[in-house]
Design a protein around this ligand. Sequence first.
Ligand code: IVH
Length: 710
Amino acid sequence: MSGGQIAVHDVDTARLRMEELARRVEHHRFQYYVLDAPEISDAAFDDLYRELIALEEKFPDLKSPNSPTMRVGAPPNTEFKQVKHRVPMLSLSNAMSNEDLEKWEERIVKGLDRPVDEAKQLAFACELKIDGLSIALTYKKGEFVEGATRGDGEVGEDVTLNLKTISVMPQALTPLPVTADGRILLAGEATDQPGVTMRVPDLVEVRGEVYMPVSAFQTLNEALLDNNEPGLANPRNAAAGSLRQKNPRNTAKRRLALFAYFVYVTDELIKQPPTHVESLDFLKRLGLPVEKNHEVVHGAAAVKNYCDKWGAARHGLDYQTDGVVVKLDDRSLWSELGHTSHSPRWAIAYKYPPEEAETVLEDVQFEVGRTGAVTPVAILSPVRLAGTTVKRASLHNSDQIARLDVRIGDTVIVRKAGDIIPEILSVNPSKRKEDSLPFVYPTRCPVCDTLLAREGDEVAVRCPNTYGCLSQRERRLKHWVSRDAMDIEGVGEVLVAEFVKNDLVNRPSDFYKLTIDKLMALPRMGLKSVEKALKNIEGSKTRPLSRVINALGIRHVGTTMAELLAERYPSIESLRNASVSELAAIEGVGPVLAETIVSFFLEPQVNVLIDELKQLGVRMEDDVEERNANALPQTLAGKIFVITGTLEKLDRAEAEKAVKDRGGKATSSVSKNTSYLVAGASAGSKLGKAQQLNVPVLTEDEFLELLAAE
Ligand code: IVH
């Protein structure tokens, strides 16, 4: 029996079994309906479901009103339910300076009624303040049951389904060794003492911060900008937007992460650890991600040192921090001090000063992208800001320039929006020169002098001279050779610019007409690099169709869309002949994009280019048979893998892809359904969980052997 059906004789066994079945049915429904990523076969799901119905019929009194049998399917949530927080989510009061920190320490010393000398040496837990959005997670009997945003502190929004898509978030907690009187054993303590049992708390409330790693934010923004969609201001906004998606499938596409920083245990058998730092360790051992750079220090001066140390170092982390949160480490002092209606008295947020600087706007230059969008770029007198020297800043668009009334020669305030993209925040009017003139936005393309146009209600101003404008041409050629497009190694942006300058390449087909002689005539080109470039250009002729589609640079068609189109249309001919209605019917395309694609293929220049490329031997179709033949034998079909720790020969994404390519599934949390756990170096709680559930554990080498097996 695939559901692991068990004989049920008494009410207690029935209750337990029904609870488990309900949980499993809920879980698999979520995987199936919401994420489109089922982990078990339909038949296995039906078994679980039928077993639950049978038990509910036999024990009607035990049937829960929330039973999954009461609902049909699990369509994506469209409205966020309101959730009242069990413990209100307070905010923190801020310290903006050393002085504020010292005053806070003084208030604590007074409030605690201790001898001053003793109080002056209080232990403070210092943590980085993660700039994301705070979240409350509820785990019951070790299972994640509910997650909510902060909202107004009393009532938040239920974002459980979206949180379930965050790969680092455990769906189940790892049991820990607990003594008979409820003390959680420390990491090194022997567990084979009398009375020690492995437990998860009955009810824990975890508080933490959901954030978007800086690297994920940058990738996301590049993709958005590539598709001419507005970029996001900073990782915090990106995280907030991603977490509040109506459809969890969209949240799942964003790489969100989480740090837990707080725990409330409500349990008869497990006691809350006595200090904050031990609570952090407890969270970590339960399987929750905890930021590792926290420290316990004594006295306000040491707190200040910690803040200073991280003021600069924080820019090297893959998450944004806007300050340091300082908490009294001894939790018993918390109730002694209490809280105001807004914030606890035993904690404070030291905020780093905003990353802003004053400098002079020397010039405004205009860049013309490959789709003709004209974007203003501020050229600044170099200024140090948040770890880098800033010389350029985005001015976004003409509306922004008008709104700021920024003029050349003005003293401006630049800020790194979320510390990453510098932008002009405002003008310092007191430093404006008397003879300054309002900025006049160009009406003609700065590169080809064509009259600029604004399309519909777009904010972007475009140069409509698609094929004549040198800048657009050059950008398109650079896109053609780029990594995600035809991936021509040895032909980078600098070389493409050189080709254009020397009139060797005007459109992509010209790459395939280059010869040794032509290239050797260029300055600074040796025979070796020429041969390499030509070999790689030749090699690019057999790229898969999806790359060609991407390389053509259809507006709003990036890597993913190109793959989708190539899957549907195995040749450029079939795509070129597709109708608007046919394209619009493809899930993920829609009418606007369909229209864009069809009009792209109606342009005479595009057709000349495609024909020429074909003639030059660029393959513009996928061999469907070959595509299928290239598919690996599905040796891992039906197997569910969890990959944890650091692997040496593959990175995690490669390992997961290798599993998927062979028909298997890679998930992030260990459960009874897991077929194998692949454990790399410093594997954490997942390893413990796998051992406890008797899930086979593979080393990296064993995993590679399994992949190689026919
Ligand atoms: S503790 C009683 N610790 O900062 C409040 N908060 O400005 C307990 N935050 O709402 C919060 N990192 O969203 C705490 N290590 C950390 C934090 C942190 C970021 C956020 C949190 C809070 C806000 C207060």
